[in-house]
Design a protein around this ligand. Structure first.
Ligand code: 7PM
Length: 278
């Protein structure tokens, strides 16, 4: 496998694990009242994440959270595109856009997005065509069901095998549409239509996805699988998040999507020192 991602104007080296910092641009934080204060706050957060060692910034609305309502196309464009443009103007960092809408993908790519991160794996109308007409890398995430209802009795014959089959089908759909396999990143979608046991089984077996020959992304930071196991509120999940990040890296994940960049970078450095001195 080629251990790098070729973005339009940069290369992401995946010979060592990279930390992707999450930037939420939520309806709350961008309500009309305090738009500019929140905009500056977002840029400050990006600056801190870059200083802490994030090499990718993932911009997303909250449209994908379990139980979430759909966000309109206009709302999503207004929320994401100005922040994307400001980040690309101010910082030299790879930016990924968390969206499932073809129109948002197109606008984002035209505005300098380096990676498209789609929790629906390009299954929505028009997405394959938009990406076929560009050269950005794409993260294909697995989700069973839809955000509003996906945590109601998720079922699999075998969660790892079922997701591997899903990825094979999506890789084929991409290649058939004219998207080179070398552009694809795979993410089993922790928390997206999986029980607690299924989530931990996926984490324990993450290396099984390496046979698909694409880089693996893991997004577990602060999720319910941590909160439910440890009985911790969302602001008390740092230790749990770091522990899962380390396991994911040990299992071969090349991109770790997190809120707490500095702490995750430290934890990965410890793991590297162990590996370097074996
Ligand atoms: C509220 C609840 C807000 C949950 C946001 C979320 C992933 C992702 C998300 C992931 C990839 C979160 C989720 N999760 N994209 N987008 N992988 N590729 O916890 O696991 O950040 S949204």
């Amino acid at each position: 496998m080629l251990k790098q991602l070729n973005c339009p104007n940069s290369i992401v080296d995946l010979s060592s694990p990279q930390v992707m910092g999450i930037l939420n641009v939520t309806p709350d934080s961008f309500s009309d009242g305090g738009k500019f204060a929140h905009f500056d706050h977002a840029l400050d957060q990006v600056e801190r994440m870059i200083a802490a060692g994030a090499t990718i910034i993932d911009i997303g609305g909250e449209s994908t959270r379990p139980g979430a309502k759909d966000v309109s196309e206009n709302d999503e464009l207004e929320r994401v595109i100005p922040v994307l443009k400001a980040i690309k103007q101010k910082f030299d960092v790879v930016v990924s856009i968390d969206t499932s809408k073809a129109s948002v993908m197109k606008a984002a790519i035209e505005s300098g997005a380096d990676i498209i991160n789609d929790v629906r794996a390009l299954q929505n109308e028009g997405c394959l065509a938009v990406l076929a007409n560009s050269d950005v890398p794409i993260c294909l995430m697995h989700m069973q069901g839809l955000p509003r209802t996906m945590q109601n009795e998720p079922t699999y014959s075998n969660v790892v095998d079922d997701i591997i089959l899903f990825f094979k089908q999506r890789i084929n759909a991409c290649v058939d549409a004219g998207i080179a396999k070398e552009r694809l990143i795979l993410d089993p979608g922790f928390g997206f239509g999986k029980t607690l046991a299924q989530n931990f089984h996926l984490l324990a077996n993450l290396s099984a996805f390496e046979k698909l020959d694409c880089p693996i992304l893991a997004g577990i930071s602060r999720k319910s699988m941590i909160g439910n196991l440890l009985n911790r509120d969302v602001e008390q999940r740092l230790a749990g998040s770091l522990s899962t990040a380390i396991v994911a890296v040990q299992q071969g994940a090349k991109i770790i999507r997190v809120h707490d960049v500095e702490e995750t970078v430290d934890a990965i450095k410890i793991l590297k020192a162990v590996a370097d001195n074996q």
